[in-house]
Design a protein around this ligand. Structure first.
Ligand code: FES
Length: 172
């Protein structure tokens, strides 16, 4: 049998599993206050991002207009319509971090990971964004990877931090 056929089948069933999971979440939240936001959060967690087909599916399942769903998705910056990396790196460009080297960190990441601001590395490992003050001004410049803040960052420290993510899938 053509292995591509098998491969496609597996992809389809993975996709189906995600949609089933999202449908269960929709059933759980239907009619509750803030339902759409909760569903979108959960859907993004399960699917990784919110493509248009998925937004249509959610609109149909909740019996609300598609424009309402897409309006909420485009309003909040934490919703993404493009695939995201396994991890998110945010470099702080608030005033304290900016003057103490935040911009240099941005350039270093762009060069080292070959990724544009707002983009995702070609291996799908990191999505790269900037932030405005992450509450560590006293120990600027700071960055965040997922939910963890790393302070007094330098390009050299950043290199070894990124290497840990590539070696072990995280900094544990
Ligand atoms: S300005 Fe970067 S942590 Fe406050």
């Amino acid at each position: 049998m053509d292995s591509n056929v098998l491969c496609k089948c597996r992809e389809d069933s993975e996709e189906q599993k995600k949609y089933d999971e999202i449908r269960n979440i929709i059933d759980l939240y239907r009619g509750k206050e803030g339902c759409l936001i909760q569903v979108l959060h959960a859907a993004q967690k399960i699917y990784g991002y919110l493509p248009l087909e998925l937004q249509r599916f959610i609109a149909d399942a909740l019996n609300i207009p598609f424009s309402e769903v897409s309006g909420v998705v485009s309003f909040y910056s934490f919703f993404s319509v493009k695939p995201r990396g396994e991890h998110t790196i945010r470099v702080c460009l608030g005033t304290a971090c900016y003057v103490r080297g935040g911009k240099k960190l941005v350039e270093h990441i762009q060069k080292t990971l070959d990724v544009e601001l707002g983009g995702t590395t070609s291996d799908g490992k990191f999505t790269f964004e900037v932030a405005r003050c992450i509450g560590a001004c006293g120990l600027a410049p700071a960055i965040m990877i997922d939910d963890v803040v790393y302070k007094q960052m330098t390009p050299t420290k950043l290199d070894s931090l990124l290497a840990k993510f590539y070696e072990r899938g995280g900094e544990k």
